[in-house]
Design a protein around this ligand. Structure first.
Ligand code: PLP
Length: 237
């Protein structure tokens, strides 16, 4: 059944479209120049537009500007916003970048193309079981608590190798990447470098790191996905 929440009930706003299209073009240009600055292919870096809490008009403008990869941090909000969109947008790509509760796992596995926040053994087991049952397996990233902050989710850096090995060995998961959010109050580069080192020694290809304020440095440190919210859409409501 077609869901009735898409296209969103918003009028096309030409000014908003021009503004978001220009901002997106600027971000893509900065991504390309950051990549070239360190001898990397600009196409090796994907822009995730973090659409959490944004109003439908801004998201519609980003879609009209050609953006297809979106990041959400709450499963329920993502379902409300994106459910029913795939018929009209087959190339839409949705990434979960916020914590995943076990009771939302089935819905998350059905909706998302990538889950960036695998952060505990129980979740690894549930993901593996769900994929066996449904045949659907999103890209899986392990979240690392790179600054070892008590308030943040993620595997502590010192336990990362063992956790990744268990995900692969015990649960048969393909770990496509690592994700981290460095501490807000310190320079992010040492944390980006540390995340890259964990990925390198574990043979992991993708690094989701860098947000509105620091995606250029993250690319210099090896990011393959950057997560930009307010820098693209404007301040969250
Ligand atoms: C909100 C959020 C972002 C985007 O942050 P901005 O500073 O608005 O670009 C990126 N990553 C995660 C995990 C987030 O929750």
């Amino acid at each position: 059944m077609m869901e009735q929440n898409w296209p969103p009930a918003v009028e096309f706003d030409a000014d908003l479209f021009r503004q978001i299209a220009a901002t997106r073009a600027d971000i893509l240009a900065r991504i390309a120049s950051a990549a070239q600055g360190v001898g990397r292919e600009p196409q090796s870096i994907r822009l995730t537009a973090v659409s959490k809490t944004q109003v439908p008009a801004r998201i519609a403008a980003a879609l009209a500007a050609g953006q297809r990869i979106f990041g959400e941090n709450r499963v329920q909000e993502a379902i409300t916003r994106w459910r029913g969109t795939r018929e009209s947008l087959p190339d839409l790509h949705l990434r979960l970048i916020g914590p995943l509760q076990s009771n939302k796992l089935a819905e998350a596995m059905a909706l998302f193309d990538a889950i960036e926040t695998l952060d505990r053994p129980k979740l690894a087991r549930l993901i593996a079981d769900s994929a066996l049952k449904t045949g659907r397996m999103p890209e899986i990233f392990v979240q690392i608590n790179i600054g070892e902050e008590v308030q943040k989710a993620g595997i502590p850096p010192g336990e990362a190798d063992a956790f990744i090995a268990a995900c692969r060995g015990e649960y048969g998961l393909n770990i496509a990447g690592l994700m981290a959010i460095p501490p807000v109050d310190s320079a992010p580069i040492p944390f980006f470098v540390r995340l890259r080192e964990i990925a390198a020694r574990n043979g992991i290809e993708h690094l989701s790191m860098g947000m509105s304020g620091d995606f250029v440095s993250a690319i210099a440190c090896g990011a393959t996905l950057v997560r930009v919210g307010s820098g693209l859409f404007g301040t969250r409501v």
